[in-house]
Design a protein around this ligand. Structure first.
Ligand code: G
Ligand code: G
Ligand code: MN
Ligand code: NA
Length: 253
């Protein structure tokens, strides 16, 4: 109850934070994008886990409010500072409900437009479960969003339902390899081969690939040798507050 009260208050008061984790383009080592991640202050100098906050919001009908907040913040950041700092795109997570409500695409596009950000600089991350549950409805909204230049990323890829076969029909632009697969490629030849196959199928279908959860140089090298183009992970950078991100990107460029 306490966390829920804090969440509601922080949305109303604008104190809910949005942090960013840089994403590296291996080809030139540049920080071309960043993923927005919500951070709810716990009032004692720390933060509640984002996973906990999201599931709480989902159980209490706050997902759309929370999602709108994060998207608006991230777009405003992109417009006012991200572009100048060399970010090509900002990536924002969408909950299932945000995509499956009526008029979801129009609603999201209106928010982005109100922020003044260019749709060509936004990536929206969805999970596979959305597509599995209701591909038709999701696809309608996703097509509309993609027509404006927004990129759609399939988050947590490589676990669960993933089938390489259906990649050709999906309304997405980017695959984000889940950390649980990244973790195994150094020790499991089978998982490394799976990653290679994903990269190959992605290339055939014109999709970009981002590997998440890269923490060591050895993992970074294996990921690169598998042909993955983008990396997101502690090896390069952790999620950080706006102010820190500005400093981080200014130092790197
Ligand atoms: O750092 P991390 O602990 O931020 O995130 C935990 C989980 O919460 C991840 O699965 C991430 O996708 C999710 N998450 C973080 N921020 C958001 C958000 O703004 N919206 C949604 N829907 N999920 C988020
Ligand atoms: O589910 P999604 O992929 O949206 O969320 C990304 C989650 O992964 C966030 O909680 C983020 O903080 C976390 N994360 C990002 N990079 C790393 C990493 O290198 N190691 C670990 N353990 N977590 C990471
Ligand atoms: Mn994500
Ligand atoms: Na993931």
């Amino acid at each position: 109850a306490d966390v829920l009260r804090r969440l509601k208050e922080s949305i109303q008061q604008g104190t809910l934070e949005v942090w960013y984790q840089p994403i590296v383009l291996l080809e030139n080592g540049g920080y071309s994008a960043a993923e927005a991640l919500v951070r709810l202050p716990d009032g004692r100098g720390g933060y509640f886990s984002a996973g906990q906050v999201i599931s709480l919001a989902e159980r209490n009908g706050l997902v759309e409010e929370l999602g709108d907040y994060v998207l608006s913040r991230a777009c405003a950041f992109m417009r006012t500072q991200g572009e100048r700092l060399g970010l090509r795109r900002i990536s924002v997570n969408l909950s299932v409900q945000q995509l499956l409500v009526g008029n979801s695409a129009d609603h999201l596009l209106a928010l982005i437009e109100a922020s003044g950000a260019d749709t060509g600089r936004i990536t929206l991350e969805i999970t596979e479960s959305v597509l599995i549950q209701s591909l038709d409805r999701a696809a309608q909204a996703l097509d509309k969003l993609r027509q404006t230049g927004i990129h759609i990323a399939l988050d947590d890829f490589g676990v669960g339902y993933s089938s390489l076969n259906y990649l050709s029909n999906l309304p997405v632009d980017i695959l984000k390899i889940d950390r649980s697969l990244t973790k195994q490629i150094l020790t499991s030849p089978k998982q490394y081969a799976l990653l290679r196959s994903i990269v190959e199928m992605a290339a055939i279908n014109g999709l970009m690939v981002v590997a998440e959860g890269v923490e060591t140089r050895a993992e970074q090298e294996a990921i690169a040798s598998a042909g993955v183009q983008y990396i997101q992970g502690y090896y390069y950078a952790r999620p950080m507050a706006e102010k820190e991100l500005k400093q981080f990107l200014a130092e790197k460029s």
